[in-house]
Design a protein around this ligand. Structure first.
Ligand code: CTP
Length: 403
């Protein structure tokens, strides 16, 4: 585990019910060796007192631009910080950050900061989903600020959904990885299959499935963030990764995905098979549109290659293979069989019976099963958080050194 020893963190707290999390967050930062200074918006002080945060951070907390007729020096604070962390960042604060409306100490410091700025939004579901919020976040990202994704769960309104501020432990994890430059996949080559495959029936029809590619794309982003060179072999998805450095190999059919994966596998350290690959394809696809006739019709299907099983046969000792199992019945038994039969080191099981899990959703609920039989069940989380849990499990696998 890395540490934040000696890092100077400027924590900016804005006025959300999640402001209470600033207290455990400050304690964790201090415990990891960081030096913490805190600024607050005036509204934030109604949720948590400056005295509490001053005591925990062992530093004065500033919440007004002018105190006792003296001007508080936001420029100095902005320059002092190695990192500025806006947590919680309310919809108002995001909007002020995006437009540069410096009517409080948090925004004044933000505009003076020369360091990386992370923001952890916290708001209710409707505010989170509003296009104004998305627009502000896009602007903040385009200025180089970094988003700490929101969590999923019960919100202050009682609604269940996205918008919860990330948990302090997760924020610390992100800071570890980014600040400490702890890139635990540095030097590794990762190949990831993702998305659906389309199997041609004729020029206008195909056999496909509901996979969106979101889970595989989230894994590609996570591996890239942790220092890996990533090849994403992506079936026909509407989505693409945000990071341009991820090498995307777009394919359509199971056969194309098979060929692309095989051509990359020999150089991979880690192969993650997140695609929903068709097991069958029409044996005789037609080059012209099939016209309807009286009566029923049937299409003869033939097996496609099992990509994971094929690369599993030539897996070297230093390579790690990870698979997914999407099951509806006998979930654990089927997942364990796939783990064995396809020579995976880990299999990520998601049951279609869990609400919010599987295809299309932004969330997933998984159990990670290792070759040695250990099982770890995770709660429903956003797919990027699930990706982090999966990559944490991958980096903990001991493998032979690369030859
Ligand atoms: N997989 C693959 N190539 C295939 C089928 C599956 O690489 N032709 C991979 C998937 O990406 C996943 C794992 O194998 O990592 C399990 O896929 P899944 O569809 O759950 O299982 P199948 O082996 O297809 O078995 P079944 O459809 O009978 O459950």
């Amino acid at each position: 585990m890395s540490s934040l020893k000696g890092k100077k963190i400027l924590l900016a707290v804005s006025g959300s019910i999640a402001a209470y999390k600033a207290a455990p967050l400050t304690r964790l930062l201090i415990k990891e060796g960081a030096e913490v200074k805190i600024v607050m918006t005036p509204t934030a002080t109604t949720f948590i007192t400056p005295l509490t945060l001053a005591t925990l951070s062992k530093n004065e907390v500033i919440h007004e631009i002018v105190d006792d007729h003296a001007w508080n020096n936001h420029v100095e604070l902005g320059l002092w910080a190695d990192v500025m962390l806006v947590a919680p960042a309310t919809a108002t604060t995001l909007s002020k950050m995006a437009s540069g409306l410096a009517d409080n100490m948090v925004i004044a410091c933000y505009l003076s900061a020369k360091c990386p700025v992370y923001f952890a939004p916290a708001m209710d579901l409707d505010m989170w989903k509003h296009p104004s919020t998305s627009h502000n976040i896009k602007r903040l990202l385009s200025y180089g600020n970094k988003l700490i994704p929101v969590g999923h769960g019960e919100l202050a309104s009682g609604l269940i959904g996205d918008g919860r501020m990330a948990e302090p432990e997760d924020i610390i994890d992100i800071l570890f990885l980014e600040l400490d430059k702890k890139k635990d996949l540095k030097g590794k080559i990762v190949i990831i299959t993702a998305g659906p495959t389309y199997e041609k029936i004729d020029p206008v029809r195909f056999i496909g499935n509901h996979s969106s590619g979101k889970m595989g794309i989230a894994l590609a982003e996570e591996c890239y963030r942790r220092g890996a060179a990533v090849h994403l072999i992506l079936g026909p998805s509407r989505l693409l990764p945000d990071s341009h450095e991820i090498d995307v190999h777009q394919v359509t059919s199971a056969q194309e995905m098979y060929e692309e994966t095989l051509s990359l596998h020999h150089k991979a350290d880690i192969a993650i098979m997140a695609a929903a690959v068709a097991d069958y394809r029409p044996a005789h696809p037609s080059d012209s549109k099939i016209k309807k006739k009286e009566g029923d019709m049937s299409i003869l299907l033939e097996r496609t290659h099992d990509i994971a099983a094929t690369i599993g046969m030539s897996k070297k000792d230093h390579q790690i293979h990870v698979g997914f199992a999407l099951e509806t019945d006998n979930v654990m038994k089927n997942a364990q069989m796939k783990l064995q039969n396809k020579n995976f080191d880990l299999i990520v099981l998601n049951s279609l019976k869990d609400p919010g899990a599987g295809f299309k959703h932004d969330t997933n609920k998984v159990t990670i099963i290792s070759k040695d039989g250990t099982k770890k069940e995770f709660p429903l989380k956003l797919k990027n958080e699930v990706a982090r849990d999966i990559v944490n499990a991958i980096v903990n696998i001991k493998v032979a050194p690369t030859v």
